[in-house]
Design a binder for this molecule. Structure first.
Ligand code: AMP
Ligand code: ZN
Length: 142
């Protein structure tokens, strides 16, 4: 993982605006913030993205996300906060080391959420059944 930017940040080889660190996790400010206070939380152990992160790490992440989110909101006086994880290029991932975006939001900051599409007749039900089956298979084989 010598070429991984966030591994280098985790190792202290590249400086960052650190806001939290323990043995397994590091959080620092995003260098190009959507709003000031925009932070990234990473497991120090390298994995490409959330889809390839072990379950124990995933379980530890969420309470930490909430803690950091509350601190960021308090300090920047945000009205809300978005938590985001981009997995793979099609979903906007550009740094391939698992990271969670903690993005403070302000009423009227001008950002919009994604728009929604409508399903064709019957498409939603058929898709839900297919995915439910796949989820069951995944749960059986993990
Ligand atoms: P993603 O699109 O989810 O892969 O997001 C990667 C994020 O990493 C972007 O929001 C970048 O602004 C941020 N980023 C890239 N390089 C650095 C860096 N050296 N320090 C802090 N954040 C960075
Ligand atoms: Zn890495």
């Amino acid at each position: 993982m010598n070429d991984c930017l966030f591994c280098k940040i985790a190792a202290g080889e590249i400086p960052s605006g650190k806001i939290y660190e323990d043995e397994r996790f590091l959080a620092f400010l995003d260098i190009m913030p959507i709003n000031p206070g925009h932070a990234l939380l990473i497991p120090k152990n390298h994995s490409r993205n959330m889809l390839e992160t072990d379950e124990a790490t995933l379980r530890e992440l969420m309470p930490l996300v909430a803690k950091l989110a509350r601190a960021v909101m308090t300090v920047v006086g945000a009205n809300g906060i978005n938590i985001g994880i981009n997995n793979e290029p099609a979903a906007g991932q550009v740094v391939f080391h698992t990271h969670i975006h903690i993005i403070p939001r302000f009423s009227g900051d001008g950002y919009r959420m994604w728009g929604g599409k409508e399903y064709e007749e019957g498409e939603e039900k058929a898709l839900a059944e297919k995915i439910a089956t796949e989820v069951e298979t995944g749960l059986r084989t993990r």
